[in-house]
Design a protein around this ligand. Structure first.
Ligand code: ZN
Length: 311
């Protein structure tokens, strides 16, 4: 039985996509790649396991058929989705419903997400609103006073943004993002800069759904950093759905798996994952799951990982 599942995700081409994901060591299908669905159990975009006895099978099926690997977690489907996003242009302004609204109107889970920024060059994002009264926000939407409504903030490598369901948001040109989220795909488009497609059509908007889903308060989140002899640990986020933390390994470090299973994204450098007698090379762009069969593990090398777990 495999203790660790190395994954290969699927690329999604987008009009706003680019070619910077090649810097993660991938062979891209084109220079319009917007997303890499790295750890996914979602229909049609499932990640494939590329090592060991499950090689060639997908995460959706393995999660369903081998609950022992996931600590017998009691969820209908793989609960998280981890993507890399390369924005070569501005993405539309959007909002996701929370669980209650998504259940009521879409028979789905809501979508809370977070972004760990990877772009070396400064960029910006739309993150929340300039007003904190919902009626005022709706008035500004109706009057299309976007500059008065939308809050734009700078973003660059190592910044972290928590985007709970209901937060109006947009990834803007230049951003390179590691996104960790609830496995849901319900997105309402609020504004698309009045851009037209090749046929001269505006993209569909979901104004009523957006207005219904918007929350105006910005949720506080303060990452906490702790330095140890061989590594730095930054706790980035803990909410009701998932936890996210970052490890910057400087030298060989031992860890104990303290959650039912761990999702790992290698964001920088290279090294080795050591499980007892077994050694696995790891490098920037690799994604893997440390299953419930792992007790202790070691990481060696100069390598950074963003780790998450479901709750
Ligand atoms: Zn989103």
């Amino acid at each position: 039985m495999e203790k660790v599942l190395f994954l290969k995700g699927k690329f999604v081409e987008k009009i706003w996509g680019g070619d910077r994901l090649k810097n993660f060591g991938y062979d891209l299908p084109s220079n319009k790649v917007g997303e890499y669905w790295a750890i996914s159990g979602m229909d049609d975009l499932e990640s494939e396991i590329i090592n060991g006895s499950f090689k060639g099978q997908n995460l959706k099926d393995i999660y369903k058929d081998h609950k022992e690997l996931f600590g017998k977690e009691d969820k209908a489907s793989f609960p998280l989705l981890i993507k890399l996003i390369d924005a070569n242009d501005d993405l539309s302004i959007q909002v996701h419903p929370d669980d209650r609204l998504a259940q009521k109107y879409e028979n789905s889970l809501g979508k809370t997400e977070c972004w760990y920024m990877l772009n070396d060059e400064p960029s910006s994002i739309i993150y929340g609103l300039k007003v904190n009264d919902k009626n005022e926000a709706i008035k500004l939407i109706d009057e299309k006073r976007w500059d008065d409504l939308l809050r734009e903030v700078n973003s660059q490598k190592d910044d972290f943004f928590y985007v709970p369901a209901g937060t109006v948001h947009a990834i803007k040109k230049g951003s390179l993002v590691l996104e960790i989220q609830q496995a849901s795909d319900i997105t309402y488009r609020l504004y698309d800069y009045d851009r037209k497609d090749d046929q001269g059509n505006l993209r569909d908007l979901h104004l009523e759904e957006s207005k219904r889903s918007i929350k105006t308060e910005l949720v506080e989140n303060k990452p906490e950093k702790k330095e140890y002899e061989t590594y730095i640990r930054t706790d980035l986020l803990s909410n009701q759905y998932f936890e996210v933390r970052k490890f910057e390994i400087k030298d060989k470090t031992s860890f104990k798996r303290e959650k039912p299973y761990l999702l790992e994204a290698v964001t920088e450098g290279k090294g080795e994952l050591i499980l007892g007698e077994e050694r696995y090379p790891i490098k920037k762009g690799d994604f893997f799951i440390l299953t419930n069969l792992v007790d202790n593990f070691e990481i060696e090398g100069k390598v950074s990982l963003v780790e998450s777990n479901s709750k």
